[in-house]
Design a binder for this molecule. Structure first.
Ligand code: ADP
Length: 492
């Protein structure tokens, strides 16, 4: 990753953001003091040497200029530096030394007081001024430490592991206790490295963070850029342990897959029993036609015309049995459903053209009403096309042979509830009576002489497998509407 900071991003958790913003809200003065403080603290010996040398230098300069330049005020400098680095006592000691230096040099100066005691009075006033100044500096430093502590307490109180990393060196500049607990010992450096790599996401970032495996667990990692106390750009990273949630998700997915497998088994069972049921009729008829013909042949009273009639009937019944099997196979080809993002408008158009020839034969026109700009659906193309086709066939059946004006079936795509996509197949047939609306979806319910009563049941299984639902409503002005929904591809 580059060493330049990206734009500030607000992708830290709310609590952490609060703490960070509170720190950012510290006055500019505090921030500058912090920077200076860090520099001072790194060079304690140098500060002590500087304070003492400055003290002597001020004394000599003050003496050589005969006090006329009032240089003794500069003693405040070493007093402040010593107080900041070594505390109030050191400040007080420097104040005493500075006052002593002033007194000693004052003796050498030709400085007259109307009363000798005034020299000592002036020395005392200076000492009090220096000491007061040391006290103020000391209080200031404590206030700064308290404000830092408040921020650290917030960070320590978080459940998330938080750390500040210098991207230039990879060094961890700060980490809270949860971080230490989550990544003890050697894991610490490794975790920092992985977090840093993940931080690339934040530069290109969508701001939602990234789930990463760190060690044996999974963490949701979020980050933002900050300026550290010495102004260098650093990364503040938070890692929340999401292992338990991921495990639960995986378990749910497994359970869902098992449920779907069961639902498919149920459907297959229903289909098998329906095939048995449906095939029984034509097979029984074939058997009786053939046996009848055989009986006549054996009895020697077989009229060729009668025989031909019986065999023709048997052939028709065999054709019907074949039709039943073909229709079932259309639905239940033994293939795994393949869910992919697909354009529902294009799919509806394909289904419409697939049904066009059949529609023409029954004198029905298929009309498409596509809502433009629909998001892609997450669905198995073949299965959903089969559902549309089946609903269109039902609609055509319901409208009969199209006596009178040209009748039309409409296929309408639209947006459904909660981000889902909706397809409606509307007809001008007799409609569905309210009392049987619920039963249509039961297996074997049919009002047609050659119906199997399975289509709607299978359609519903397919739609529910896709996380949607299938239902019917009466159409305004007469007819029926069948609606089903499928999830949008992003709505997983
Ligand atoms: P099948 O088409 O083999 O009868 P379905 O399960 O597809 O099986 O349909 C069950 C029943 O639902 C049909 O027999 C019919 O009575 C009713 N039905 C289906 N679609 C419509 C429709 N568009 N209008 C009126 N009734 C319908």
């Amino acid at each position: 990753m580059g060493s330049q900071p990206g734009p500030m991003k607000s992708d830290v958790p709310v609590t952490l953001r609060g703490a960070v913003d509170a720190a950012a809200a510290q006055s500019a003065f505090f921030q500058r003091a912090n920077t200076l403080s860090a520099a001072f603290m790194r060079r304690r010996g140098a500060v002590l040497g500087f304070s003492l040398i400055a003290l002597v230098a001020i004394a000599l300069a003050d003496l050589s200029t005969g006090y006329e330049l009032a240089l003794s005020l500069l003693y405040i400098g070493p007093v402040a530096a010593a107080t900041w680095v070594f505390g109030y006592r050191a400040g007080l000691a420097l104040s005493v030394l500075a006052t002593a230096a002033w007194l000693i040099t004052d003796f050498f100066a030709e400085h007259n007081y109307s009363l000798a005691i005034y020299r000592y009075w002036e020395g005392f006033i200076r000492l009090a001024t220096f000491a007061l100044f040391a006290l103020i500096v000391d209080q200031l430093k404590r206030a700064l430490a308290r404000s830092d502590n408040r921020m650290i307490k917030v960070l320590e109180g978080l459940d998330a592991a938080v750390c500040v990393i210098d991207p230039a060196t990879g060094a961890i500049l700060y980490c809270n206790r949860p971080f230490d607990l989550a990544f003890p010992g050697d894991a610490r450096g490794h975790a920092a490295q992985r977090l840093l790599e993940a931080a690339v996401v934040f530069e290109s970032g969508d701001g939602t963070g990234e789930e990463l495996p760190l060690g044996e667990r999974w963490f949701l990692v979020r980050g933002r850029w900050l300026n550290w106390t010495d102004e260098r750009p650093v990364l503040l990273l938070s890692a929340t342990d999401v292992t338990a949630r991921r495990d639960a998700d995986a378990l749910n997915r497994e359970r869902e897959a098992r449920l779907q497998a069961t639902a498919r088994l149920v459907t297959v069972g229903e289909i098998a029993s329906s095939i048995a049921h449906e095939l029984n009729q034509p097979l029984a008829a074939i058997s009786s036609y053939v046996l009848g013909a055989l009986r006549r042949l054996r009895a020697g009273r077989a009229e060729p015309q009668e025989l031909a009639g019986a065999l023709e009937q048997a052939g028709e019944q065999a054709e019907r049995a074949g039709q039943i099997i073909r229709r079932v196979r259309d639905f239940v080809q033994l293939r795994q459903p393949v869910l992919a993002a697909l354009d529902l408008n294009a799919l509806a158009a394909r289904a419409a053209s697939a049904a066009a020839r059949e529609a023409e034969r029954s004198g029905v026109r298929i009309e498409l009403q596509q809502t433009p700009g629909l998001p892609p659906a997450q669905a198995d193309e073949v299965m959903i096309e089969q559902v549309i086709l089946n609903l269109v066939r039902n609609a055509m059946d319901a409208m009969g042979s199209g006596v009178g004006a040209v009748q039309s079936v409409e296929i309408i795509t639209s947006r459904g509830e909660r981000g889902a996509l909706k397809v409606t197949i509307a007809d001008r047939g007799p409609g569905v009576a309210a009392e049987i609306a619920g039963r249509l979806f039961e297996p074997f319910y049919t009002s047609k002489a050659d119906g199997m009563g399975l289509g709607l049941n299978i359609c519903r299984s397919i739609v529910e497998f896709h996380g949607g639902r299938l239902w019917t409503t009466p159409r305004e002005g007469g007819g029926a509407e069948f609606h089903f929904t499928v999830r949008a591809a992003l709505d997983r």
